[in-house]
Write a protein that binds this ligand. Structure first.
Ligand SMILES: [Zn+2]
Length: 258
């Protein structure tokens, strides 16, 4: 699609000076952030924000270096355009030769509507292909393991609700016995530990205790040092999150919003 790239060494010194003064601009039309580790440097290409059509990354020229041995090395200039071309090629080919992830080099300093349209179209075609493959795999296996992240991203990108596009929630460790349990359960199935006191009470899984349930949710009373006005009072931070009061997952316990 693009013209044959000209490497900097093919240019006259005057042309080289001009090219090395130029920047290049990479547009990214997805929310995916990319890290690219190349011999000439490491680059982060941020994903676009929710309210943006694209993110823009400015690329500057760099100096590459070839080790010639004997402590000799050859430095050579790399134009911003060469870097940008290389980065977009690397990123877009992440899922195989025909893959495309919506990162492209702008002809100017910002992408034109035509460039954006072309990128969206290519991305959509790639996503459709991925969804098609995933549909077939799912039909054949009904196994979440065969569905790739790229395929899930493709379904999401196309706004498709697929049976296979839901990621099964990872299990968490029961803090009492270490068995795997589903997140959010009231009682551990393996050892019977109460993991969510409020929920257990609600569903009659606990013998009714004397007194109302709420005070017990405050947990052990820890005297608050350093603030005499608060000590002894029944002020519990985040008292409204009663559902979490009984269970304190370890640092690895994933805190799952919604
Ligand atoms: Zn347990």
């Amino acid at each position: 699609m693009s013209a044959t790239p000209v490497t900097i060494s093919q240019l006259t010194p005057e042309q080289q000076a001009v090219v090395m003064g130029q920047k290049a601009f990479l547009a990214n039309i997805t929310e995916q952030t990319w890290m690219a580790h190349r011999t000439y440097g490491t680059f982060q290409i941020p994903g676009r924000k929710d309210d943006e059509k694209y993110s823009l990354t400015e690329i500057s020229p760099r100096t590459g270096s070839i080790d010639l041995g004997d402590k000799r090395k050859l430095d050579f200039p790399i134009s911003a355009r060469e870097i940008a071309d290389d980065l977009s090629r690397e990123i877009n080919s992440d899922a195989g030769d025909a893959s495309y992830f919506g990162v492209f080099v702008c002809a100017g300093e910002v992408p034109t509507e035509a460039e954006l349209d072309r990128a969206r179209h290519r991305l959509e075609e790639f996503y459709k292909k991925q969804v098609f493959i995933a549909d077939q795999e799912w039909e054949r296996t009904h196994n979440y393991m065969v569905i790739t992240d790229v395929q899930r991203r493709a379904a999401r990108g196309l706004g498709l609700e697929k049976e296979w596009s839901y990621e099964p929630k990872p299990l968490v460790d029961c803090p009492a016995c270490g068995e795997k349990v589903k997140p959010g359960v009231a009682v551990c199935r393996a050892c019977g530990a109460i993991l969510d006191r409020a929920k257990a009470l609600q569903f009659g899984l606990l013998p009714a205790e004397a007194g109302p349930a709420v005070p017990s949710l405050a947990g052990p009373t820890v005297p608050m040092s350093g603030d005499p006005t608060l000590s002894g009072r029944s002020v519990v931070p985040e008292a409204s999150t009663t559902a979490d009061a009984g269970l304190k997952p370890g640092p690895t316990g994933a805190k799952r919003a919604k």
